[in-house]
Design a protein around this ligand. Sequence first.
Ligand code: PMV
Length: 333
Amino acid sequence: MSSLDPIPARTLPATARAPGKCILFGEHAVVRGAPELLVAVDLYTQVIVRPSERLRLNADPEALEHNPYLRPALEAAGGGISPLEIRSVSRLPRAAGLGSSAAFIAALSATLAAGHGGMDRGALAQRAFTVERSAQGVGSPGDTSASVAGGYVSLNADANDGEPLWAVSAGEERWEVRRERDPGWVWVVAYSGIPRSTADAVRAVAARLDRPDGPRLLDEFARVAGEGISAVAREDRPEVGRLLGRNQELLREVGVSHPRLEALLEAAGPASEGAKLTGAGRGGSIVALPKPGREVELLRRLARAGAVPFAVRPSTGVELIELDERPSDAEAP
Ligand code: PMV
């Protein structure tokens, strides 16, 4: 989990697999510099890149018009808009708050970096964020850094927590990314089926935090996330559950909850230590910490309430994997 090996050089065709993520504490407030805790989860996006005669993404020759990350990712990799056959497959629902965009960007950027001689992970985290930022215009590097680093990752945390990994910047803004301790827990995430736009939610919260009580709310977000990071590191399940609930109250107060999310949080209640929405909100997903031994009951409760639930564990960060190049029928003996 703590393997931070550089991305090695590979000749194309090559393939990489990158994890999605779940935000445990601090979404939205992180954009204003408050702490955030994320965990990379074992739901993956895999990208395969092959030399080709023309550029296509999942067989779409117009993909540069349709996919906002493709052009910036190709340009950042230094090869210009080269003719490549790119395919991606994913278990992550899109626009669900589970980091599908970051996983696609991390897997594509790692594969392209491998084709250009390999890359250090800190530089890859910066590149993946720059690509995401150029398409979304707003936001923090939490999702992309979690997908590149794997495991538990914090932003803007107290220097007493975790170990420094790297710093990521955009213009004047700068975020410190740290490796946090893995308590060895299974988490449950559940997608409500309601897609939403991260950028729109971030802008709405920014407007809310500019009102007179904004600084008080931001302080409270920061306190809850800071305490959450410590409680996870010392494996204090009841306290983590309580803080998840407090973080949810704050997210509700800044207007990013949704009646469907509230219904899922209620359904999760009896089988979980605590739960909250995860990601930008206004739809998307929730995350719950199961009561010990009640994981299956929690999954069943959320499915019965109409969500798509997943039991997730921490994952390693983006990695190149072996391309399965079985001989074709013509070559077979
Ligand atoms: O894209 P999502 O749903 O994972 O939301 C990202 C978390 C925010 O704090 C709302 C935005 C950000 O970039 O940090």
